[in-house]
Design a protein. Structure first.
Length: 446
């Protein structure tokens, strides 16, 4: 098969690494890709929202399948667009209507309440309902959770400690703090517990596979302190996501989600990202230890993918073929039993402003591999997944984003995998480099 992968981050680098391993993959293109994806396929200078150009490229190169990395083209309707192009390839991803699960928090909350999926109690408000919104806030307990309805580049959620601050921020959100994205604001009750990311692959015919579970580290500082980022590291598996927890996730969340999509006529062939919380106290009719949904995303997570792909042993393209054809039930998903940890090296200043164009060294160290194959147990190699990198005019690899590069390692346990990634993180050098040294360490209490 000839495959076109859309996107340019660490997530796409990890998906490209995995697709390149497939015996079914004859040719892989990545649009636009980054300095790392070119190790696995051919980068193409087309942006993810240039649907016409993507369609033309697919026709010219006889592409069989498009795999969509980021949410943007999905929310913008790339699946529906290609469905109207004669001879267009299969697209892995939800339709525009189904992508609203990520594109609109109000839509996602409505979906969950319709289908009895455990989530925080909520109401949605627009600018002319400010007084009502304040009344609803007063019925909740601190802290207060405010969410911009639309896509806000991961910044649209505010958690406020006092009612006064919540009312103040609510006013600003409704007055356009996040532009059109916060014209509607979802107010919901606070859920207390520990989070994990569960990924489900579904074929739109009621079949699904639950992929390895990951835990994201979103804050910039060690010990989960400081500002939120896109994700500073990840590990998989997650010890508290044990068989009992996952049984509840499957029965209470995954199955009702798959059935709900069908009942609502939402066509969805692709990855569903469940942002879950394992409650540490009773809430509504649920108990401490139970899973509840924080949010849906309609794509893989980043940097979750940088540990999830290495933990899938099966051929990803074979699974995706099952997704496209509605035959996912005939495919097998085999997990790698090892632990994977990824550590993200970021530019100094991130998630605030930062400089780009810093020359990177150490990438060719023997500790690293970019071969499209999972390193063996005793290889003591780390995989480099490029996120924000580019080649400069002299052919040097330079930083080109906030999150620059991910160092993924396997181990028999989290400590072993983290120690290996720490060695890698030290070897790579660029001006202003920063990374967290504590990825996965909070899980040692489980
Ligand atoms: P989201 O953009 O929906 O992923 O929200 C960002 C982060 O805010 C989540 O990862 C949680 O840490 C936190 N969060 C969102 N909603 C809630 C909630 N109802 N209760 C507690 N934390 C929340
Ligand atoms: N790492 C969280 C996300 O991809 O949304």
């Amino acid at each position: 098969m000839k495959v076109l992968l859309l996107g340019s981050g660490g997530r796409e680098c990890a998906i490209a690494w995995k697709l390149a391993q497939s015996a079914k993959c004859d040719k892989l293109y990545i649009a636009p890709g980054n300095a790392g994806t070119s190790a696995y396929g051919e980068n193409v200078a087309i942006k993810v929202n240039e649907f016409d150009r993507i369609a033309d490229f697919c026709a010219a190169q006889h592409i069989d399948m498009i795999v969509v990395g980021p949410e943007d083209p999905l929310v913008n309707g790339i699946v529906d667009f290609m469905a109207n192009v004669p001879g267009a390839p299969k697209v892995i991803g939800p339709t525009k209507a189904a992508a609203q699960l990520e594109g609109s928090k109000d839509f996602a909350k409505g979906f969950m309440s319709r289908h009895g999926i455990p989530t925080a109690r909520y109401r949605s408000f627009t600018a002319n309902e400010y007084d009502e919104a304040c009344q609803f806030l007063a019925t909740l307990q601190a802290p207060y959770v405010l969410k911009a309805d639309g896509l806000a580049a991961g910044k649209g959620v505010l958690i406020l400690p006092t009612l006064d601050e919540a009312k103040q921020e609510l006013k600003e959100m409704l007055n356009g703090m996040f532009g059109a994205a916060s014209a509607t604001v979802v107010i919901e009750e606070f859920m207390s517990g520990i989070e994990c990311s569960v990924f489900v692959l579904t074929d739109g015919e009621g079949h699904y596979k639950i992929l390895p579970v990951a835990k994201d580290y979103k804050r910039i500082g060690e010990g989960d302190t400081g500002l939120n980022t896109g994700g500073m590291g990840n590990c998989s598996p997650v010890p508290f996501a044990d068989a009992e927890f996952m049984q509840k996730v499957e029965e209470r969340i995954v199955k009702p989600t798959i059935e709900g999509l069908k009942a609502d006529g939402l066509k969805y062939k692709g990855f569903i990202f469940l942002g879950l919380i394992r409650m540490d106290r009773d809430i509504q009719c649920y108990h401490a230890g139970d899973p509840m949904v924080i949010e849906y995303n309609v794509r893989m997570g980043d940097p979750e993918t940088e540990v999830v792909m290495p933990r899938i042993k099966s051929d990803l393209l074979d699974l995706l073929e099952g997704v496209a054809d509605g035959t996912l039930d005939t495919k097998e998903l085999v997990e790698d039993p090892r632990t994977a940890v990824t550590v993200v090296l970021v530019s100094g200043g991130y998630p605030g402003s930062y400089e780009k164009g810093k020359v990177m060294t150490g990438l060719d160290n023997e500790l690293f591999t970019q071969a499209p194959v999972a390193p063996a147990d005793n290889a003591r190699k780390s995989i480099l997944f490029h996120a924000g990198t580019a080649l400069n005019a002299e052919g040097q690899t330079v930083t080109a984003g906030g999150r620059v590069i991910c160092v993924t390692s396997y181990g028999n346990d989290r400590n072993e995998a983290l120690a290996q990634s720490m060695r890698g993180a030290e070897i790579i050098k660029f001006d202003g480099k920063y990374y967290r040294r504590d990825i996965g360490q909070d899980l040692n209490r489980f």
